[in-house]
Design a protein around this ligand. Sequence first.
Ligand code: PLP
Length: 405
Amino acid sequence: MIKINENYLKLPGSYLFSTIAKKVKAYQEAHPDADIIRLGIGDVTLPIAPSIVKALHEAVDEMGQASTFHGYAPDLGYDFLREAIAKADYQERGCQIEADEIFVSDGAKSDCGNIQELFAEDARIAVCDPVYPVYVDSNVMAGRTGQYDSVSGTWSNVIYLPCTMENGFVPALPDQVPDMIYLCNPCNPTGTTLTKDELKVWVDYANANGAVILYDAAYEAYITEEEIPHTIYEVEGARTCAIEFRSYSKNAGFTGVRLGFTVVPKDLKSGEASLHDMWARRHGTKYNGAPYIQQKAGLAVYSEEGRREVKEQVAYYMRNARTIYDGLKEAGYDVVGGVNSPYVWLHTGEQTSWEFFDTLLDKAHVVGTPGSGFGPSGEHYFRLTGFGTYENTVKAVERIKNLKK
Ligand code: PLP
């Protein structure tokens, strides 16, 4: 018999988005004339900006010439990109992060999933609840999460940090001390954010307890409010306790191109062991990392033209998110997000999040994402996103408003 990793078998049922796709397909088949609008997707919809497409073409051409051909990329990323990142994303914000603390990758999903390999098998994880499911799933596969209770939707060995209307979506410090703390800021799915002072509480806690913060800043580009930090390294003390994930997916449309990076400061240590040195040995360095072509495209994001184009795209999605937020608020929903994030999170009242999904699909022909798919505290919430077209967003919001009449 093949000896498998049985932890994989613990992963519950079908994935959230495949269940949604099945339901929508069945509904469309039964109602072929229904004009269904999808406001549930977490993927971008605008094409890659022209200056970045140009960089992609140029890089492809270089690969076709002996004199400019590139083989395996350097393990940790090309210096040209790491230097641009260190300067634009950190040093210009007053953060002391050097180019050699940046590890370029094929995206934040891989890094968020793979990072847990650095930690002990019995390390206890804490996650904001609800949150991006990859943090818990990757630890399930690693055998860290204990048993699943399908009634409560919780794992016995995970410390959940509820983020709900009641606590203003700010997680409280847990009673039991975790070893790994996943924070997502701005948060997918709630669209809410933590301020620098709120993050400082976590940084101090992690430093005092020998815990590590795994900080996902995939939606950093959507932050509009001054007091919201763009990186955890804006918080004093973070260099000794925090790893940060970034992505070019949501700011520059690279969901299909694949590019991201992770910052592991050299000050992050466990006794004599350097987590920076450990991550340098990680899976997927030369082989699954980001090739030259993607890294050149990433560099173009930092050019003057690239920055302007990317900013316009983010503004487009944010106008949609704001339209959803304002429309739902006007209709009387309890709603958050949409200000520093493309996500809008609404309370479904008495209905469960799947009941609300069905109502919205049937009565408004709008598809969103049930909050329960993001964790137990997501029940009775629902996620809508600004990633559709503006015209469809306006149409969908009108239909949702009509439901309340
Ligand atoms: N982190 C969060 C919070 C996300 O929502 C997503 C994608 O939806 C990712 C990471 C994945 O990013 P990437 O496309 O770089 O793998």
